[in-house]
Design a protein around this ligand. Structure first.
Ligand code: FMN
Length: 180
């Protein structure tokens, strides 16, 4: 699959084949692609907690996701819980103060680029993903023992798509872009 096709056919998947398990090696390949992403001063503050044991995957879904996201991620056999270390990306290393008005927004920015690489790599490998921003960060932190000094962000379900998904319509270019 070439890059354009990967870009155009990546979709949020909400129906997975429960009997086809995603391997640790596949997740490692996705994470290696994610690690190629740029970051503020190469600070690489993105963190990922890979939930792969069947028992824990089910526990995280049940205890940390609202019902609609539990339904959407039902057959996904891996969950990637994403986080970042705040106070670094967008911050002056000497003074620890924000370099500009973006503050920790830059940490989220870096994590987004990291995770987009991961989603595209998954698509190129024939896997489906669903980013879930609606989740219980406190419960995720407790269950996975995510350190207090990290900001818990999303849960990404990973699995084999059970059906093709249609692309939700995109805004026309000139509604969101201005050439100056
Ligand atoms: C930061 C973020 C949070 C999201 N949270 C959820 C979510 O909690 N549940 C869900 O079903 N989809 C969620 N989505 C998926 C979006 O709804 C989806 O990306 C959008 O509708 C465009 O569809 P596409 O990914 O197929 O292009 C999220 C996407 C992003 C980027």
């Amino acid at each position: 699959m070439d890059f354009k096709e990967t870009l155009e056919t990546r979709r949020s998947i909400r129906s997975f084949e429960a009997d086809k398990k995603v391997s640790k090696e596949q997740l490692e390949e996705m994470l290696a692609a994610a690690g190629m992403a740029p970051s503020w001063k190469n600070s690489q503050t993105a963190r990922t907690f890979c939930v792969i044991s069947e028992e824990l995957v089910e526990k995280v879904k049940k205890e940390c996701l609202p019902e609609f996201n539990q339904r959407s991620s039902a057959g996904a056999t891996a969950l990637l819980v994403t986080a970042f270390v705040p106070g670094i990306s967008g911050f002056d290393t000497n003074t620890g103060t924000p370099v500009n008005e973006g503050g920790n927004g830059w940490g989220y920015y870096d994590l987004g680029m990291h995770d987009q690489n991961l989603l595209l790599a998954a698509r190129a490998m024939g896997l489906g993903t669903l980013v879930m921003g609606i989740r219980d960060a406190k419960k995720l932190r407790e269950l996975l023992q995510i350190p207090e000094e990290q900001e818990v962000v999303s849960v990404i379900a990973v699995g084999y798509p059970a059906a093709e998904a249609k692309m939700p319509p995109r805004k026309p270019l000139l509604e969101v872009v201005r050439f100056c």
